[in-house]
Write a protein that binds this ligand. Structure first.
Ligand SMILES: Nc1ncnc2c1ncn2[C@@H]1O[C@H](COP(=O)(O)OP(=O)(O)OP(=O)(O)O)[C@@H](O)[C@H]1O
Ligand SMILES: [Mg+2]
Length: 1009
């Protein structure tokens, strides 16, 4: 078990206090040690016979039998392909492993993913997970599970919400174009892949980048029996709709294409090309390919098929010509090139000699290989383009400026050590890559071991291991290495061939301890080698490579032609690969590594079968025994003092139940008590190192034996504590009830010790209740009834609350509404409880004007000039004599009012001159404007009727500043006729509205009851 800060340097804590990503603190406990009793050991480090390969394989086999496909070697995860779906990759499982330590629950790819993620977050250091294993061992599946784990469990960055999808969707696309059915794996990755996932400071994935290595281009033109070309060809033919195939001039039957028939295996039983076609097309759009780009991509894929069907004939003079004209036409169209240029390019080559260009014809064989070279190159470049496009889609967006503050987890899914019946250039490159990765592994593992010993202050003991530098040098050294010799041979003028290359190797490398050929070998070896082979003694074992095709593959025919055209020096394939490997090593070196070693249990792709011979072979090639030996070279196990003490303290009376001194002293006391011998352990600065698993096991056994005793102690302490707690609570409850009863009896007394608890309780309840039930609006009259002691407080609170609500209400009032309210307030001052029509009138909205602008004659407006009309309304004016009704408009300006008869201003009433306004107390609309009567020239008071009398009189009174001059008369209104004479209006209630001349020359106004 590793505590987060020590991982992956290898602290094996059993217990520790951990703060996870969400800040939850928890104590976790290891179950690993007890699990060894169930099925084998879940960490090979715990194998007593760690030097025995058989013990390691037996442990793998036992666990595999129980579907326990994962086992650790320290921080390395060994995974055996189950060849069946196991129910261990669900979201719930992810949750189980989230934030949980490595050894806490059974080994899992999620545990490794999570530990790597947490190490990246806590240490802010880049990480990488290297996945290796032979073809079909489950590398790609493992890398997909890791990626899925991150996209599901990590937080999401809102700017990059779709990144997770794009990361996941890059897989089906790369697999369609870069994977194929091989003899060993129906979905074999035919390229190496290194993928970076970038995380922001919060741990959310924000970007990704993919590097691809050595695509197996030869598969485009040739497949072994039972194998297929890259999936995409079959997917296109099976899944593409009729229109698409017509546009690409393709037929649905794969058997029609030379490049698809070589392996004689057009269909896969395990997957549907048609379904995968849909998946790939969807993935392309998620990643952000436009329709046009997809079309171009498919044009190229189709063009490769057409190239394969392009045939040549031989003329009488040995010249080569193309016999399949239709193919060439389709090809030219799909590739967007000129037909005749294409035809020439396939049948001729261009040479530059002494600065002059020469075109020379190709013979039949040359034309065929030029065609194949073109197909391979076109496909290879398309693949590179595809990776670039995916990278653009995954690229860190600008907000993160060059990724500052970002940390990275790299995933390396690269071909494992490969030994076939016939090994060629490809196997050479692959095995060289593995040789480099092994070198890196040893360097990094030893480095981290050494660093830990140093920080812990423990003397370093040299570890014996196979250093494979000598083999790496043999391959890659400048001038003397195999790659250099191969390049030289490719560039050498004159006749060169694979055999001359082999001879050159023998000349230069003869005598090297890791290099043998048929000629150099002794009799026994010679018998198992052909004359065209050389043998390398890799760290993982011997491999014979057949040199046939080495030169061509290294030289890439197209490259050579290009080189002839250009003056620029281009690297050969092996050198390019070497350089890209160097870069990869640099990338990996700069990161904290974790390892997944994948093993394939049988060749038949069957579940439940464990082929020991096959597994032994892989255990050897993966260097698992080496891994184990390095891990076990010093100490088998290490634990933080705190964790060790916490787990084993019951075994020593001085440390049980608690140790209060220094942790190191506690551990020392404990191990002395347990009788550890000096050579069995060492104490570092913060950890105890235990040399042999058996020491730890016997301690663990002692703990198991002690457990019943500890359980009894803990149980009795716990039960006692629970009983005491219960008794205490019961006592407190009785006390409380007593107080409440007494308080109730004394509740009407003054505040005294007998009732204080009760009264406080009542008050408190009232206030709490009040808080929940405060009135929500000014009109809500409800208020809880207070207890007697809180009546005054309650009143205060009620007032305060009301004031508060009013204040809030006022703050919310809009200016328009405020104006309305002010007018209503004035209206209420004048009319409330005085006039019958008030409640009705005040309830309506007071309008800014009752006349539209166009209803007022323009001439009138002009006459008024600067005195703008503020309010206008239709009224009826009654003649002073005879009370004849006449329709008029009453217009109010800021300083006067006018009565208008259509275009004419009939009368002007200055507000300063207005003596008063009278209305009746009934519901009629009559009102009288009292004019000054000293002046005999005046015509007398004005008798008017308006349907909106409440609104009009309020506005007039406000504008004229005569609110106090409004007189509401019950019964009758007296008014002045001209020259001092008086008129009277009588108001009565009746069953019919009426304005008519009444008795004695009065005006009679009848309002409804
Ligand atoms: N954990 C797993 N659970 C279920 N099946 C698995 C698992 N791992 C691998 N497999 C099965 O094994 C097959 C081969 O696995 P995968 O493609 O990952 O191998 P590989 O190591 O990447 O091989 P290659 O080097 O050829 O690419 C998968 O298609 C799948 O059927
Ligand atoms: Mg793979």
């Amino acid at each position: 078990m590793h505590c987060a800060p020590c991982w992956p340097t290898g602290c094996n804590c059993i217990y520790w206090k951990e703060v996870d990503v969400e800040g939850r603190v928890r104590i976790v406990m290891e179950s690993a040690l007890t699990a060894r009793d169930r099925v084998g050991v879940q960490d090979f480090v715990l194998l007593e016979k760690y030097n025995s390969e058989a013990a390691l394989i037996e442990n793998l086999r036992r666990r595999f039998g129980e579907n326990l496909i994962y086992t650790y070697i320290g921080s390395v995860l060994v995974s055996v392909n189950p060849y069946k779906e196991l129910e261990m990759y669900s979201k719930q499982q992810m949750e189980r492993y989230r934030g949980v330590s490595f050894y806490e629950i059974s080994p899992h790819i999620y545990a490794l993913s999570d530990n790597t993620y947490r190490a990246m977050r806590t240490e802010r250091k880049d990480q990488c997970i290297m996945i290796s294993g032979e073809s079909g061992a489950g590398k790609t599946e493992a890398s997909k599970k890791i990626l899925l784990y991150y996209t599901v469990t990590c937080p999401i960055n809102e700017h990059m919400a779709t990144l997770g999808d794009r990361l996941l969707q890059s897989n089906p696309v790369l697999e369609a174009f870069g994977n194929a059915k091989t003899f060993r794996n129906d979905n074999s990755s035919r390229f190496g892949k290194y993928m970076d996932v970038q995380f922001d400071f919060r741990g959310a994935p924000v970007g990704g980048h993919i590097l691809n290595y050595l695509l197996e281009k030869s598969r485009v033109v040739h497949q072994n029996h039972g194998e297929r070309n890259f999936h995409i060809f079959y997917q296109l033919l099976d899944g593409g709709d009729d229109d698409l195939l017509t546009t690409l001039a393709l037929e649905r039957n794969p058997q029609s294409y030379n490049y698809l028939v070589k392996g004689n295996c057009p269909r896969l039983s395990s997957v549907s090309d048609k379904n995968n076609w849909k998946v790939v097309m969807k993935a392309l759009s998620v990643i952000g390919f436009t329709e046009e780009e997809v079309q171009k991509l498919l044009d190229i894929i189709a063009s490769v098929l057409h190239l394969g069907n392009t045939q040549f004939g031989e003329g009488e003079e040995g010249e080569t010509y193309i016999t399949t004209e239709t193919q060439i036409t389709h090809l030219a169209k799909l590739l967007g090139v000129d037909v005749s240029a294409l035809r020439d390019a396939l049948t001729h080559k261009k040479l530059t000699a002494k600065g002059e260009e020469m075109i020379s014809p190709l013979n039949f064989e040359q034309a065929m290989s030029a065609r194949d070279a073109l197909a391979k190159a076109v496909y290879g470049r398309t693949f590179t383009w595809l990776v670039e496009k995916i990278n653009q889609s995954l690229a860190l967006k600008e907000i993160y400026h060059s990724g500052k503050g970002c940390t990275v987890i790299g995933l390396l899914d690269i071909y494992g050590f490969e030994v076939l019946q016939h090994n060629s250039f490809e196997q050479f490159c692959i095995n060289y890559c593995n040789e480099k990765l092994q070198q890196l592994f040893i360097e990094l593992t030893l480095r981290s071991e050494q660093e830990e010993y140093e920080t812990e202050g423990i003397a370093w003991e040299t570890v014996q291991y196979i250093d494979n530098k000598i083999i790496c040098d043999l391959i890659e050294e400048k001038h003397k290495g195999i790659i250099s010799i191969l390049d030289e041979e490719c560039l050498r003028p004159g006749e060169t061939c694979d055999v001359s290359f082999l001879e050159k190797l023998e000349d230069t490398l003869g005598g090297h301890p890791h290099f043998v050929t048929h000629k150099l070998a002794n009799g026994k070896t010679r018998r198992v080698m052909s004359r065209e082979e050389f043998r390398l003694l890799h760290y993982a074992g011997e491999v014979n490579y057949n040199v046939n095709g080495f030169l061509d593959k290294n030289n890439d025919l197209l490259n050579r032609n290009l080189k002839e055209v250009r003056t620029m020096q281009m690297d050969e394939a092996a050198t390019q690969f070497k350089n890209s490997l160097m870069k990869l090593m640099e990338i990996l070196m700069s990161k904290e590594p974790s390892y997944v070693r994948c093993i394939k249990p049988n060749d038949a792709k069957q579940p439940g079968r464990f082929d020991e011979v096959l597994v032994r072979h892989q255990v050897k090639y993966l260097g698992l025994m080496e891994n184990l030996r390095v891990r076990r070279a010093g100490f088998a196990y290490r634990r933080c003092f705190e964790a060790f003490l916490q787990r084993y303290k019951p075994l020593c009376p001085e440390t049980w139940p608690n140790w209060h001194g220094r942790l190191a002293d506690g551990v020392s006391t404990l191990v002395n008590h347990l009788g550890y011998k000096a050579e069995e352990y060492k104490l570092g600065r913060s950890k105890i190192f235990i040399r042999f698993p058996k020491t730890l096991f016997s301690t663990e056994d002692a703990l198991q034996a002690k457990k019943p005793e500890i359980v009894i102690t803990i149980q009795s302490a716990w039960r006692g504590m629970k009983a005491r707690r219960r008794a205490k609570r019961r006592r407190q409850a009785a006390e409380l009830i007593r107080k409440l009863i007494k308080g109730f009896i004394y509740r009407h007394e003054e505040y005294c010790p007998e009732n204080e608890y009760f009264l406080d309780h009542v008050r408190c309840s009232f206030l709490k209740n009040l808080r929940k039930n405060l009135p929500k609006s000014v009109l809500d009259q409800n208020w809880p009834t207070p207890p007697p002691s809180l009546v005054e407080t309650s009143d205060h609170l009620r007032r305060l609350h009301m004031r508060n609500m009013v204040m809030k209400y006022c703050r919310r009032v809009q200016p328009e509404w405020k104006k309305q309210m002010m007018q209503k307030v004035i209206a209420s001052e004048i009319f409330k409880d005085q006039k019958d029509s008030y409640p009705q009138g005040v309830g309506r909205l007071f309008l800014d004007s009752r006349l539209e602008r166009e209803q007022i004659n323009l001439k009138v407006v002009q006459t008024l000039g600067n005195d703008k009309v503020q309010y206008g309304v239709s009224v009826v004016k009654y003649d002073r004599r005879g009370f004849k009704p006449r329709p008029r408009q009453l217009l109010l300006t800021n300083t006067f009012a006018v009565l208008v008869e259509r275009t004419k201003i009939k009368q002007r009433v200055d507000y300063t001159a207005l003596r008063g306004i009278s209305v009746s107390s009934l519901s009629d609309g009559m009102f009288v404007l009292h004019m000054p009567n000293e002046d005999n020239k005046q015509k007398g008071d004005v008798v008017l009727h308006c349907d909106h009398v409440i609104e009009l009189v309020t506005k007039l009174a406000m504008m004229a500043g005569k609110v106090n001059y409004v007189n509401v008369s019950p019964g009758s209104i007296r008014f002045v006729l001209a020259r001092g004479k008086e008129g009277i209006i009588d108001f009565v209630r009746g069953s019919e509205l009426k304005v008519a001349k009444g008795k004695r020359g009065h005006l009679l106004v009848v309002s409804l009851f």
